[in-house]
Each structure stands twice: as structure tokens, then as C-alpha cells.
Design a binder for this molecule. Structure first.
Ligand code: GAL
Length: 956
């Protein structure tokens, strides 16, 4: 439903604004832990401005609630920063902080202060999105679990809803407010009101106006942003900056090479506001049984970033937020019914915190947009003439510097044709055709866009033009640097204004250079890294010519003494200069050689330890350094498993007298019809995971059921339920809601009989359309006795132990459901599994039911190294089971052997102890009769680097 609406709402247009305003620019906040002075956040038609300086918001979405190791938040933020991101957009999920009505928790993994401090310390601006409704493929779209039983109208001016929403906003705004850039408390520069809200009646506008006023009353002073895609652009409840929401490829990852056209963002421009995507596609989510996140990463790959993100730049966008930049894990029961545990999203940084290919494209573009000042204030200009009709140029110009930005790509942005062209532009007042060198052309591959820069002043230099793309320019230690790049094996040329006495020297690589008439011309083939040093001008110029692969290992970071460039290492996180020492912090792999260009340093440390330095002796001031390499990682096998029965509820003699009697006669659920009494789990306070039902009936008398008909709502296709009579298996239903189970002759006892039903709530629906869909029923919606009155069976119900009142105070409201072992807290108690018996995997069980497995694994992974591990399931064919994976008590995955596609579950360090004893519990619900049970389980290593992140051993 949502997907269709998304396609329809693309048709909104706005006119192009062209307001001339002047300003400088800023690359991002300075990383500092000390309180900063107050600042001003403003905007105009061209860009956001911070203290009057223009800033390109290169932003990525990150959800702290999907990474339950706060020590790793900095890791993700630093990795974003290293790719040129200067902003992080963060949803805050109401339900994550409110386990029950009136209770709010911002401690431990839910510590928003810590999150916002981490963003400040990483030098990132923040767009805060507490909504109250976030969607985000999270249970109830972020509405709290306890709201599933309230009679009110979500996302409206209903006073009852507003009372609760205000309660949340009061709590979260109080924290956000103290981290605003404007009063020096932090780096929050924008605040989003609601999320994708399209309803437009008077009541809806009143609601939006209310939220705006609430934010202001709560002390939010930064601009109020939208993500409403054409709604709330003007009139009552309108946002200050609209914020556009584009997912041009949609969410079906199964045909990743099928592209849809790049949208023209310029149509969304609103006069007086910068063109800003509150969300632009950075990946896609994947459903149960879907093709898997590798395919989503292919659908939204580096070529997609290349064509679509650059097309947005060409349309004049100066703020782009990518959803997701790091997706993470919908751990516990946070996922919506449609999605499985991983929320990797095919994003630039994988769930296991590794770099996907798109990360480097984001970096190439990110460095360009955040360090190329003239890009921040541009107007459309006429296109260049091109000799290939299949190609187009979308051009912009900065009216002050005259800098031109030509985006050359296929007119049909989905085209896979390999093209090459010559094109005409005006350089220094003269029309010239590029490339100038005879026999060469500008190569444009299928699904590629190139941003050609003409007339660009940087430092004390002036680039006339380049057919290579600009990655970044920097002034370091009295020298100007320009990094240009192109595809390996393709021709490139660049031309600079230089003084008459200039001299060029090729320091590395093969480059032809010529100085004539005050112009330096370089021509070359992109191949690894070449370098040319030009002297004789006001300052030396160092030109680095990289091929695309080489750019992956080029890093830029800022210090108080100016920028640093590094060529080499897996990752450069931060740099600081103290006297003559340059302290670098980052991650290294097995390639130990790197070159550093730093401001006047002669000594270098890497993660705190001195490393060998050899000055190049050349005019470029380079230091060759040798980095430490990581130690190999050997993973222990997971063995010595123990197992025990995990479903005593199946046995007729199980004592359920303390269970809640199902006796409610009314429900606020939107699900109909309901049995009487109501059997829906939420109404009894059981909101997460598995819920058991036991229906008792007498085998004597006239009203004896001959079977039972059940409608059980798990949500979407990933759900299931199983039923037993007096310990005999009646059957399971997967991929459906309805089951009819006749009671075989001979199974009915004369006295008490028990039907045991195991159900699962796969998550509550989102409420994208404001129809209270989070109140769709879960558990038994309908139970009818066959051949007897409905009163013949009386039901008891048991889910999460203690219901809402007893949610895990450390792990929060989504960690557990109502399996016997969860209710007993087995997963929270390390040591031997109570009554566990040794077992080897793959297991060979026969009967359907629940078996609880446990093993321990002691890890002593190399120190000062960041190793990302996970748990992987491998099954012999034909096994039918569902498993909950607990690591040290944290429910980090739900595995369904016959639906998939997820087999591999990343476990963040902090949840997993890389230098400690770990307890792994797996609760297996075997849904079918016959040989089966838990398959093979092992640890998997997603990547290991020598790193400042080391291996956080503390959970919080
Ligand atoms: C957006 C929405 C997000 C998320 C996304 C799809 O439009 O605002 O919360 O649901 O779609 O992943």
C-alpha cells in the first residue's frame, strides 16, 4: 500500500527559485568535547548557513536503537565523518524509551545525551527526528507498545493522543534542546516535525501546528524541518524547510539491475528554502523470504549513488540525507512483521560495520560537496554542447566566482550504453572543446555521471578546467592540494592558470605536463596514483591524480591546524596536531604503507604509538609512514551444547493456574471479528514475541468439542502457530492465519483436556496512513470449538512475564517474549542451563515443540583490533524450525529456517564480549514432525582491523 502511494506522490511540483545571496561555507563542526559558543543556523534559497557560512549538508541516517552497544556509536559516526559526511539524521523511537504508560527511560543503551555527545565529538551536525511517529520499519512505527490498547486516534489532534505524544515530546525535547548548536550545547542544527504526514484536513493541520508549537515551547530553536514530500509546504502547520523524501528505486531488491529514472529534484524547489532531501534512498529494506541485503546493496549501489546523488547536486540540492547510511539490527522484537531481524538496508556501512562499495562513492562525492565552496551558491546555466545526443549536460554556475559545474550523463539515466563525448564550454571567456588532446574523449560509462568543474579558484590557485572529477582541494602546510580522479585506463586532462616562472615536476606516475601562455596543461591516463608538484607561484600546488580504486584509500580530515590528507590505510578517523607531532587515529589492514600530508609535522603517531616516518624530501612535504598490521583471527568452534525441553506448556499436567484467565469482553483493537472472551494478546499486556494459550475443556457431558478452529494473527508472512491436544501435536500453520484441528478419537480424556497453542507476534503494524494500524490484533483473534458451544473451552493466556509491568530494564521493552525459558530468565543467567543435557549439532529431534540450546564460548580476540563477529546458522535441507538467538541475554535474531533469507546475524561488540566468556542461547521452535531441530551454528568474522576502536569490553 505504502509503496503505491509513494509512487503517486512523486507528482508534486514546485518552482525553481534563484535568489542571490552571498556567503562562505563550512565543512562541518570542529570535533571538540568542550562547550562551544553559541551559533546561528539560518537558510536561504541556496543552502543552510551556520554563522552566516554556507554549508552543504551531506548527511546519513543512523538509528541508535538499532545498535545496542553505545560504545560503537562513535565507530559509525567516525566512519561517516571519514567519508565526508558532516551531518547525521537520527530518529528517536518513542516505544524504545517508554516500556509502559508514564515511564520514560534514557539510560544505558537508550542514553540520548550520550548519542548526541558522540555526534558532537565526531564533528557531526545532527538532524533530530523524534516525530512522535517515525515509521522506520520499526514496531508500531515507533509508537509505544502500550499504545496498542488505547482508544484514540494516532497522529491527529485527538486530545487523548496529543496528551501522550506531548508527554514523549516533553521528555525527548528536553534532551535534544540541550544539544542545540545555537546555544552552544551541542551540534543539533535541525528538528523534524512528524514524518511523512500527508493528511491535509483542518484537524491534521491543527495537529501539525500543535507539534510545531510544542517544539518551540520545549526550547527547540533550530529550524523546523519536514519530510512530507510536498505536504506542509505552506499554510497552517507548514514547516520552515520542506524536506523531500525520495525512494526512486522502490523496495524490491530481487531485480537489482533494473533501474528507474533519476528524479529531477529541481521540481521540488521552494523559494526561500534550500533544496534538501530529508530522506533520499540509501538502500532498501527486505522482507521475510526476500532476496537478501546483498541484492539491496546491488540495487542501490555505487553507480546509483554516482548518478542519483550527483543529479540532485545538479538540480541544486545542498542538503542530502541518505536513508540508511548505517541500518543496523532490528534486534529483539523491534522489526515490523514484514521484515526480518537485519536492517542492513544494503547501506554504505553494513550492519557488521564494514564498508560496502557505495561507501567510497559517498566519500568521493562527500569530499567534493563539503569542500568545494562555489557549489554552495549556484544558479542554473545553459548546457554545454555535446557531440553525443544520448548524453546531456545539466549545468550550474556560481555568479560570484564564475565556477561552472557540468553534470554529464546519459539523458536516459538508466542507459547502460558506453559513451564517449567531446563537449564545449567557456573557459576564461573562450569557447573550447574538451578534451583538448587529439584522439581523446570524455568516457561516460553506462549508469555513470561525471561532474566537470570549470573555472574553480581554490587556495591561491585557479583550475581552468579538468576532465577528471574533483574530489577535494585543501591547503596544507603552505601548499595547495587538488585531488582529481577518473576511471582506471581512461584519459584525463587538467588545466591551471600559473605564473610565467612556474615549473611542474611529476613526482609519481606518468603525466605529460606543459606550461605555455600562463597555463599549465596536464594530460594523463588514470592509473593508480600520479602526482605533480608545481612551484613558482604564491604557494606550491600539489595535484594528485587518482584512479577510482586509488580514491578508496585517500582520506581527508580536519585539524585545528588545517586539513590532513592521507593516502593509505583502511580508514582514517581523526587527526590532531601537537607541535610537530601529527596524531592519527584509524584502522589499518595488511597493506602497511601510507603517505601523509599534514601541516608541518615531522613525527607521526598511529592510535597513540609512534610509527616510522620517512620524509619524501620533495616539495610536496609528504611523509611516508608504516602502519601496524592486524593479527590473524582464529575463531573457536561452537561446541559442548546443552539442550532441554523449552515448552512444558504442551504437557497436559502443566500448572497454569497462575496464568491470566482470558475474560475480557471488549477490546480497542481494530481487528474484527473477535471471539468472546477476547483472546488478543495485547489486551492482556503481552506485546512481544511468543504468547501461549491453554484452553481447558471437560471430556464429560454433552458439550465436548470435536476439534478447534483458530484464527491466529502473527502479522504478515513470517508468522506461525502450533497447537497440541493433551500433549499430542495437532499441527502448525505457517504463512497463514487459519487452522482447523479436529481432535482424533482417543486423544480426549474423560476429565480435564487441554489445547495448548503457541503463537508469535511478529511485530505490530506501522501506522503510515494514520488508521491506528498498530492496533491490529495479535495472537488468537478467533477460537471456536467444533461441535460444541464456544463456551466449552475456557482459555488462559501467558506471554511476556509480568507483561508491561516487568520489561527488562537494561535491554528494554522488546528483548523478550513469553517462551518458558524467557519467563524463567534462562537467557539472563550465565552458567549451566538448568537441567540441560549434552547434545551435538545438527540436532536430531523428532517431536514438534520448543527446545532450548545453550553453549559457552570464551573469546580472546586480538586487542587493539576491531573484529566484527556474528552467529551463522547452516541447515541440512528439509528442516523446519524457528529460532531465537540470545547472546549474553540479548535477543539478536529471529531465524526461520524455511523462510529465510537471513542466516548470518552480526552481534555488536559489547553485546558479544571479544575478550570474555559468552553465553549463546538458542530457543528452537520446531514446527513440523520428523527428524530435525537446530542445525549447525558457528561464529563468523566479517572483518578485523587494527583499530582505535579496539574491542569495547563494557556493554554500556
Ligand atoms: C520513508 C520513511 C522511513 C522509512 C522509509 C523506508 O519514507 O520516512 O521511516 O520507512 O520510508 O525505509
Amino acid at each position: 500500500m505504502k509503496r503505491r502511494l509513494k509512487a503517486e506522490r512523486r507528482g508534486w511540483f514546485n518552482r525553481v527559485a534563484a535568489l542571490a545571496l552571498v556567503g562562505a561555507w563550512a565543512a562541518g563542526p570542529q570535533a571538540t568535547a568542550a562547550p562551544a559558543p553559541s551559533h546561528e543556523v539560518t537558510f536561504d534559497s541556496h543552502s543552510f548557513l551556520i554563522d552566516g557560512k554556507r554549508v552543504y549538508l551531506w548527511s546519513g541516517e543512523f538509528h541508535p536503537f538499532r545498535l545496542p552497544s553505545p560504545a560503537l556509536w562513535s565507530d559509525v559516526l567516525q566512519k561517516m565523518k571519514a567519508a565526508g559526511f558532516n551531518t547525521v539524521s537520527i530518529y528517536f523511537s518513542w516505544g524504545y524509551h517508554s516500556p509502559r504508560e508514564g515511564v520514560y527511560d534514557f539510560t544505558g543503551i537508550r542514553d540520548i545525551d550520550r548519542m548526541l555527545d558522540a555526534a558532537r565529538d565526531a564533528g557531526m551536525y545532527v538532524i533530530a527526528r523524534p516525530s512522535p511517529y517515525i515509521n522506520a520499519e520499526v514496531d508500531s512505527g515507533g509508537l509505544p507498545l502500550w499504545l496498542t490498547t488505547k482508544k484514540l486516534n494516532n497522529r491527529s489532534a485527538d486530545p487523548e493522543y496529543l496528551r501522550y505524544a506531548d508527554e514523549w515530546l516533553t521528555q525527548v525535547d528536553r534532551i535534544i534542546a540541550r544539544h542545540q548548536l545555537v546555544d552552544g550545547g551541542g551540534t543539533v542544527i535541525g528538528y523534524q516535525v512528524e514524518n511523512e504526514y500527508y493528511l491535509n484536513g483542518e484537524d491534521n493541520r491543527t495537529y501539525m501546528e500543535h507539534l510545531k508549537q510544542k517544539a518551540r515551547a520545549d526550547g527547540i530553536q533550530v529550524p523546523l524541518l519536514g519530510n512530507h514530500d510536498g505536504a506542509y509546504v505552506e499554510g497552517k502547520g507548514a514547516m520552515e524547510v520542506s524536506g523531500w523524501d525520495f525512494y526512486p528505486q522502490g523496495f524490491d531488491c530481487s531485480n537489482p539491475s533494473v533501474w528507474k529514472p533519476a528524479p529531477d529534484m529541481a521540481r521540488s524547489r521552494k523559494e526561500g528554502e534550500p533544496l534538501f532531501t530529508a530522506e533520499f534512498q540509501g538502500g532498501a529494506f527486505d522482507p521475510w523470504g526476500g532476496p537478501g541485503y546483498a541484492k539491496c546493496a546491488e540495487l542501490i549501489n555505487d553507480s546509483f549513488a554516482n548518478v542519483f546523488y550527483k543529479s540532485n547536486i545538479a538540480a541544486g540540492a545542498t542538503g542530502q540525507n541518505f536513508y540508511m547510511l548505517y541500518g543496523g539490527t532490528s534486534w529483539g522484537w523491534q522489526a515490523i512483521p514484514q521484515n526480518y531481524t537485519s536492517y542492513d538496508y544494503g547501506a554504505a556501512i553494513t550492519e557488521a560495520r564494514q564498508f560496502e562499495g557505495k561507501y567510497y562513492e559517498d566519500k568521493r562525492i562527500g569530499y567534493f560537496v563539503t569542500t568545494t565552496a562555489p557549489l554552495l551558491r549556484t544558479d542554473p546555466m545553459p548546457s554545454a554542447w555535446l557531440d553525443d545526443r544520448g548524453l546531456i549536460d545539466i549545468a550550474r554556475v556560481n555568479p560570484e566566482t564564475g565556477t561552472q559545474f557540468h553534470l554529464i550523463r546519459h539523458a536516459d539515466s538508466t542507459s547502460t550504453a558506453q559513451s564517449s563525448a567531446r563537449f564545449s564550454v567557456t573557459v576564461d571567456g573562450q569557447a573550447i572543446t574538451l578534451p583538448q588532446k587529439a584522439g581523446t574523449t570524455l568516457a561516460i560509462n553506462g549508469r555513470q555521471a561525471k561532474m566537470i568543474v570549470v573555472g574553480y579558484p581554490f587556495g591561491a590557485q585557479h583550475l581552468r578546467y579538468a576532465t577528471s572529477e574533483v574530489m577535494t582541494a585543501a591547503t596544507i602546510g603552505g601548499r595547495d592540494f587538488l585531488v582529481l580522479y577518473g576511471d582506471r585506463g581512461t584519459a584525463g586532462e587538467a588545466s591551471f592558470r600559473v605564473p610565467a616562472n612556474a615549473q611542474a615536476r611529476v613526482v609519481r606516475g606518468a603525466v605529460h605536463s606543459e606550461i605555455k601562455d600562463g597555463q599549465l596543461s596536464l594530460d594523463y591516463t588514470h592509473d593508480g596514483l600520479a602526482e605533480v608538484v608545481v612551484t613558482g607561484g604564491e604557494r606550491p600546488l600539489v595535484v594528485l591524480l587518482a584512479d577510482r580504486q586509488a580514491t578508496e584509500r585517500i582520506w581527508r580530515t580536519e585539524t585545528a591546524a588545517g586539513p590532513v590528507l592521507m593516502v593509505g590505510s583502511h580508514l582514517l578517523r581523526t587527526a590532531t596536531v601537537t607541535g610537530k607531532t601529527l596524531a592519527l587515529v584509524g584502522d589499518s589492514d595488511t597493506d602497511k604503507d601510507a603517505i601523509v600530508f599534514g601541516p608541518g609535522a615531522t613525527a607521526v603517531t598511529w592510535n597513540g604509538a609512534s610509527i616510522p616516518v620517512t620524509p619524501s624530501g620533495a616539495e610536496d612535504g609528504a611523509l611516508a609512514v608504516t602502519l601496524p598490521t592486524p593479527a590473524p583471527v582464529a575463531l573457536p568452534a561452537l561446541k559442548d551444547w546443552q539442550a532441554r525441553d523449552g515448552a512444558p506448556e504442551i504437557a497436559p499436567g502443566f500448572d497454569d493456574h497462575a496464568w491470566r484467565v482470558a475474560d475480557l469482553t471488549t477490546s480497542n483493537s481494530i481487528t474484527n471479528p473477535l471471539s468472546h472472551p477476547v483472546l488478543l494478546a495485547d489486551d492482556y499486556g503481552f506485546h512481544t514475541g511468543n504468547t501461549w494459550y491453554r484452553g481447558h475443556f471437560s471430556g464429560a457431558g454433552a458439550d465436548v468439542p470435536r476439534g478447534v478452529r483458530l484464527r491466529v494473527l502473527s502479522g504478515a508472512t513470517g508468522g506461525a502457530f502450533s497447537a497440541w491436544l493433551n500433549g499430542h501435536f495437532l499441527g502448525s500453520v505457517q504463512r497463514g492465519d487459519d487452522g482447523t484441528f479436529p481432535f482424533p478419537q482417543g486423544w480426549i480424556e474423560k476429565g480435564d483436556n487441554v489445547v495448548s497453542v503457541l503463537t508469535v507476534n511478529m511485530g505490530h503494524e506501522e501506522d503510515y496512513q494514520s488508521r491506528n494500524e498498530n492496533r491490529t490484533g495479535r495472537g488468537i483473534a478467533y477460537a471456536s470449538a467444533l461441535g460444541a458451544s464456544d463456551h466449552a473451552i475456557s482459555w488462559r493466556i501467558q506471554g511476556h512475564a509480568g507483561g508491561e509491568a516487568a520489561m527488562d530494564p537494561v535491554r528494554g521493552p522488546y528483548n523478550e517474549g513469553g517462551l518458558f525459558g524467557e519467563r524463567e530468565g534462562w537467557h539472563l543467567k550465565p552458567g549451566a542451563l538448568p537441567q540441560g543435557k549434552p547434545v551435538t549439532l545438527p540436532a536430531s529431534e523428532q517431536a514438534p515443540g520448543v527446545t532450548w540450546y545453550r553453549t559457552h564460548v570464551a573469546l580472546s580476540l586480538p586487542k587493539d583490533q576491531d573484529t566484527s563477529l556474528g552467529v551463522e546458522f547452516r541447515d541440512p535441507p528439509g528442516r523446519h524450525y524457528r529460532a531465537l538467538l540470545f547472546v549474553n541475554g540479548w535477543q539478536m535474531g529471529q531465524y526461520v529456517s524455511d523462510i529465510g533469507p537471513q542466516h548470518s546475524f552480526p552481534i555488536p561488540n559489547g553485546v558479544l564480549l571479544p575478550q570474555g566468556d559468552n553465553t549463546i542461547d538458542i530457543a528452537v521452535w520446531k514446527t513440523e514432525e520428523g527428524p530435525g531441530g537446530l542445525g549447525e551454528v558457528s561464529l563468523v568474522n566479517y572483518g578485523s582491523y587494527k583499530s582505535s576502536m579496539g574491542t569495547p569490553s563494557s556493554r554500556r
